[in-house]
Design a protein. Structure first.
Length: 438
């Protein structure tokens, strides 16, 4: 009996999945080549450009396909089965337009111009928010990249790290500190001669994402290149909506894990065992590993797509699911690592061969630990939230003579008055669930 993919809800989802599968099959043929060389897969991106993939999350009114969060995850999961590196590099571009389409904090004309550049020229875009010294700026640190205002515009000076798709970027959204203002802002910076790629991405996994450093050497941009300011403790363009579009990262690693499962399943059915008198797929130990894999894939899909659908359906909680998004990333990516390990266990020593794709899947899936949010931050934030929720629940309510009296008195049987203090802390009070997760 064929397994039905219950993540495909309707004909639209099915068509999108078929489209992604076709692209995945085409890029898979050269994925190993780019992994071995570490080169950025320009040919993959030219294919994606020609087939319209760069427009997927742009609004329909501006020439895009207007994919929802759920549909973005469907596409990314399937594309990653062909090449995890290519899917991850494309994912940042798709994520940028997902966020901007959902909650635009720029002036509308700037967004419309950028969308036109993607539709007409096929510009690839990424947001550059990491520096060697300051780390990930979305965590609140101050950038060392600066923007100095002049009569002609702003001069951008600085260096960004881990800039995925660097060799293919047409425009970059750069976080910089505005001199003389002390405020951080987003700037739109086009590719130019003074934007230099420092080719230093040489890793064990995700080797062809082209995540090099980029140096900005007194790059002049017009005054209207300042897109928006980043205010402390306020959602920015790429932290809004509980950072839900970042779930595309989890979808990529789930796709890699599914590709590993597919390979191991096919291998085990073809590999004959003399002792069994048939394929090793029927061996009890292989069936055990396969069952564990299916359990983990099913749990991951339920968590990932369930959260995406919940986010889309309920506007009231779109900005209050930060913990759920982080938990999902943690669980799905760690389960993806385990799935690949089990798949390698099915294939055995052959899994280590550079002639087979499993060792590439294994190396690529390890990188999930280092994409945001990282495991330690997820766990620390959950612990802090639980602690703060507990202590907040123990704080006495402010006394109010009109609606919340500090004490209640009533006469006892002998006519004496008994005073009960209703503001005294109750040590065994039950902690509301919302205090732990919101």
């Amino acid at each position: 009996m064929m397994t039905v993919d219950v993540t495909l809800r309707d004909a639209s989802d099915t068509a999108l999945a078929a489209y992604a599968d076709e692209l995945a099959a085409e890029i898979a043929s050269t994925a190993r080549q780019y992994d071995e060389s570490g080169e950025f897969p320009h040919a993959h991106f030219e294919l994606l450009r020609q087939r319209g993939a760069l427009k997927l999350t742009l609004p329909k009114a501006l020439g895009g396909d207007g994919l929802s969060l759920y549909q973005l995850l469907l596409f990314q999961e399937r594309l990653a089965r062909g090449s995890g590196s290519t899917a991850l590099a494309l994912g940042w571009h798709l994520m940028v337009f997902g966020y901007l389409s959902f909650d635009l904090k720029w002036q509308r004309p700037a967004f419309e111009r950028l969308c036109r550049d993607v539709v007409r020229r096929g510009d690839l875009v990424n947001v550059l928010v990491t520096e060697r010294e300051a780390g990930n700026l979305l965590r609140g640190s101050q950038p060392t990249t600066v923007a100095r205002r002049t009569g002609q515009g702003y001069l951008i000076q600085g260096r960004k790290a881990f800039c995925s798709a660097a060799p293919g970027l047409g425009q970059m959204i750069v976080y910089a500190l505005v001199e003389d203002e002390g405020r951080v802002a987003e700037f739109l910076v086009p590719r130019s001669e003074r934007v230099r790629i420092i080719e230093n991405w040489n890793t064990i996994g995700m080797r062809s994402t082209g995540s090099h450093d980029i140096e900005f050497d007194q790059v002049l941009v017009p005054h209207d290149a300042l897109l928006s300011y980043i205010d402390k403790d306020q959602p920015s363009s790429f932290t809004t909506g509980s950072r839900a579009f970042g779930l595309q990262i989890s979808a990529v690693y789930l796709g890699i894990a599914t590709a590993a499962r597919d390979f191991a399943l096919d291998f085990a059915d073809r590999y004959q065992s003399h002792s069994l008198g048939g394929p090793i797929l029927d061996a009890p130990q292989v069936q055990q590993k396969l069952g564990e894999i299916e359990l983990l894939i099913g749990a991951s899909k339920t968590l990932l797509y369930g959260l995406a659908e919940r986010w889309e359906r309920h506007d009231a909680i779109k900005h209050r699911l930060d913990h759920e998004v982080a938990i999902t990333k943690h669980q799905v990516t760690n389960q993806a690592i385990r799935i690949v390990e089990l798949a390698m266990g099915i294939v055995g020593g052959h899994a280590l061969s550079r002639e087979l794709p499993l060792e590439r899947y294994f190396r690529d899936v390890q990188c999930s630990r280092y994409n945001p949010p990282q495991d330690d931050m997820v766990i620390a934030n959950l612990a802090r939230s639980a602690t703060e929720g507990l202590r907040a629940s123990r704080q006495p309510e402010p006394a109010s003579s009109s609606s919340h009296p500090a004490s209640v008195s009533h006469p006892d049987a002998a006519g004496a008055e008994t005073v009960i203090d209703v503001t005294a802390p109750v040590e065994d009070r039950e902690i509301p669930l919302a205090a732990l997760v919101d």
